[in-house]
Structures are given as structure tokens and as C-alpha cells.
Design a protein around this ligand. Structure first.
Ligand SMILES: CC(C)(COP(=O)(O)OP(=O)(O)OC[C@H]1O[C@@H](n2cnc3c(N)ncnc32)[C@H](O)[C@@H]1OP(=O)(O)O)[C@@H](O)C(=O)NCCC(=O)NCCS
Length: 289
């Protein structure tokens, strides 16, 4: 019987979440990593949150009424980047379903005029790396998810120049910095972090040295130097979610985090389709890009 591809609806969240949980449990346990989706409740909650976002859409594959897997596509207007994830297929039905789902959302992204598509892959899983490579993605940036306790108050890095982002002027300063790092702004995500009360900016003698749209798996940060990035990390009251991503090539930040008790949770890869400006400034990517 043929495979049916259709949008994910609200009442699919539970089944898709359970499949996501099973898929990640299966892959993480075979590699000895903690699961990216640690419980069924987390996995179902994640899908419900995605479905409540008007800038996200989901596609699922089903056969004889049985859901086999799902995938999601996200937009962050005005950012020109569309992001894919999570993609999960039930471990008992792996084999071709991932490809069909990937093709479906790539077509959607192109239809909506997005030629920059990105995702963060878990490289412990060769299968997903092959799938993404075959669907046109290139590995740009190996990452590590860093796990540890907030450093606020435990470090003697100068902290007085960091404050919460509260006004439009701060937002425009962050946008300028983001523009030089990425070639575009990430204002939607920045505003989301501001609403959560976790967006910070570092200024020194009238110069914007960096900003963080939260330190965590869904946050991102850009800084002029590694010292500035350390200051932003040090001033985070909380680390949101299971940790935050650091580019593996940033040896200085990794060593500094190790010295401060952080450990690697799991590796990941930032992969892209379409134009990509390599970020030369120190930065922390989010789970999206
Ligand atoms: C990743 C996942 C979605 C893939 O789903 P799937 O239905 O198995 O994917 P597909 O079969 O369409 O594609 C996998 C491809 O990898 C190929 N492959 C697997 N191992 C390979 C290897 N060692 N070398 C080369 N190719 C390999 C397969 O042959 C297949 O390619 P083909 O269809 O052209 O033959 C599924 O395994 C899953 O849910 N995993 C757990 C969650 C996860 O890791 N999600 C992605 C997070 S980044």
C-alpha cells in the first residue's frame, strides 16, 4: 500500500512525539550518548510547541493509517534561512521514509523562495548524515553541545557591561553585529529571547562587543572576541535546556569551558543548502543554525 504524505495536525502530536522519543532513544543508546529527546513528555511537548508556531509546519508519512515518521520546517522572518528539524522515523520502519520526508520539506522551502536551508545534525548517526548529504546538504561547522552549571558569580570576568536587552536601540545594535557575523539578522529569535528575559548585550565604551539571545540549545550568541563571548556566557543566569552548542574549531572557548567544569554532551554538525557566509567572529549557534 502506498505511502501517504500529509501535514502534521494537532492530534498527531502524541504519536509523532512518541516516535521521536523512540527514534532518539534507539540511536542514542546504541552510541552511549544521552538522548536528545529524554522523555515521551518532552518529545510530545516539543511537537506541540512547534505546531503552535505559525512560522513552522510539519509533514508526516503514514501507511494504512499508521504514522511512520515526521519532519518540521521553520522560518524566522526576516532571516532568509529556513530550518529543518526534528526529523524522526520509527526505528522499526527505517528505510526510505526519511528521504521522502526530507524531499517534501525541501520542496516546501523552495516553494516559499528559501534557497538557504539549514539544520543541526547529530553526527553519532551516520544514517542521518548520509541522508542529508544525499539531499544536498554540506557540512559547514562541527559542534559540541556543552553541559555544565551557570558561571554567574563563579568567575572574575568583568561583568558590569552586560545588561538585559530591553529597547529598540539595543535590538538595532545586536542586528548590526549579527549582520556582520551571519550576513543577516536573527531578530525574530532575539525578540523571543527578550520576551523570555534572557537576551543580553555586552557594551564597552560605546561599542557593541556581543549579544546572546539566551545561552542554551535554542539560543544563539555573537561576539567580537572570545573574551567577549566568555563574558556573555559568564553572565547567563541560566543555561536553557540541556546545554549550548559551541563550534568545535573554537579551541579557546572549549578549553575555558572544560576548566570551568563543563563537559561535552554530544557532538553535532551544522549543515547547509545554499549560500553560507562562514562566521568568522566567535559565535554560539542554536539547535536551528
Ligand atoms: C535519521 C532517520 C530519520 C533516517 O530515516 P530513514 O528512513 O532510515 O532514512 P533513509 O533510509 O531514507 O535514508 C538513509 C540513507 O542512509 C544510507 N546509509 C545508512 N548507513 C549508511 C552508511 N554507513 N554508508 C552509506 N550510506 C548509508 C541508506 O542506505 C539510505 O540511503 P538510500 O535510501 O539512498 O539507500 C531515522 O533513522 C531516525 O529517525 N533516526 C533517529 C532520529 C535521528 O537521528 N534524527 C535525525 C537527527 S539529525
Amino acid at each position: 500500500m502506498s505511502l501517504k504524505i500529509r501535514p502534521v495536525e494537532e492530534n498527531d502530536a502524541e504519536t509523532c512525539g512518541k516516535i521521536g522519543y523512540e527514534a532518539h532513544k534507539s540511536i542514542s543508546s546504541s552510541h552511549g550518548y544521552p538522548s536528545e529527546q529524554p522523555s515521551k513528555e518532552y518529545a510530545i511537548g516539543l511537537i506541540k510547541t512547534i505546531l503552535s508556531n505559525p512560522n513552522s509546519l510539519g509533514v508526516l508519512a503514514e501507511r494504512r493509517g499508521k504514522i511512520l515518521g515526521s519532519i518540521f520546517l521553520h522560518k524566522f522572518p526576516p532571516s532568509p534561512v529556513a530550518v529543518i528539524g526534528p526529523l524522526t522515523v520509527h526505528p522499526s520502519t527505517e528505510g526510505g521514509i526519511g528521504r521522502v520526508l526530507m524531499d517534501a520539506v525541501i520542496v516546501q522551502a523552495h516553494k516559499q523562495n528559501y534557497n538557504q536551508i539549514r539544520l543541526v545534525q547529530s553526527p553519532s548517526h551516520i544514517r542521518s548524515f548520509v541522508l542529508y548529504t544525499k539531499t544536498g546538504f554540506t557540512l559547514q561547522e562541527p559542534l559540541f553541545l556543552m553541559q555544565g552549571q551557570p558561571l554567574k558569580g563563579k568567575n572574575n570576568i568583568q561583568t558590569t557591561n552586560v545588561h538585559l536587552i530591553e529597547n529598540e536601540h539595543d535590538i538595532s545594535l545586536c542586528n548590526e553585529l549579527c549582520m556582520s557575523a551571519y550576513g543577516f539578522t536573527r531578530e525574530t529569535e532575539l525578540r523571543h529571547a527578550i520576551n523570555q528575559g534572557v537576551a543580553t548585550i555586552l557594551e564597552h565604551e560605546g561599542i557593541t562587543k556581543g549579544y546572546a539571545a539566551g545561552i542554551g540549545m535554542f539560543g544563539h550568541a555573537v561576539a567580537q572576541s572570545n573574551e567577549d563571548l566568555k563574558t556573555l556566557i559568564t553572565n547567563a543566569h541560566e543555561i536553557m535546556g540541556p546545554g549550548f552548542f559551541v563550534p568545535a574549531r573554537n579551541q579557546e572557548i572549549l578549553v575555558w569551558l572544560f576548566e570551568n567544569g563543563f563537559r561535552i554532551g554530544w557532538p553535532a554538525n551544522l549543515m547547509t543548502i545554499g549560500p553560507y557566509q562562514e562566521t568568522l567572529m566567535p559565535f554560539l549557534p542554536s539547535l536551528a543554525y
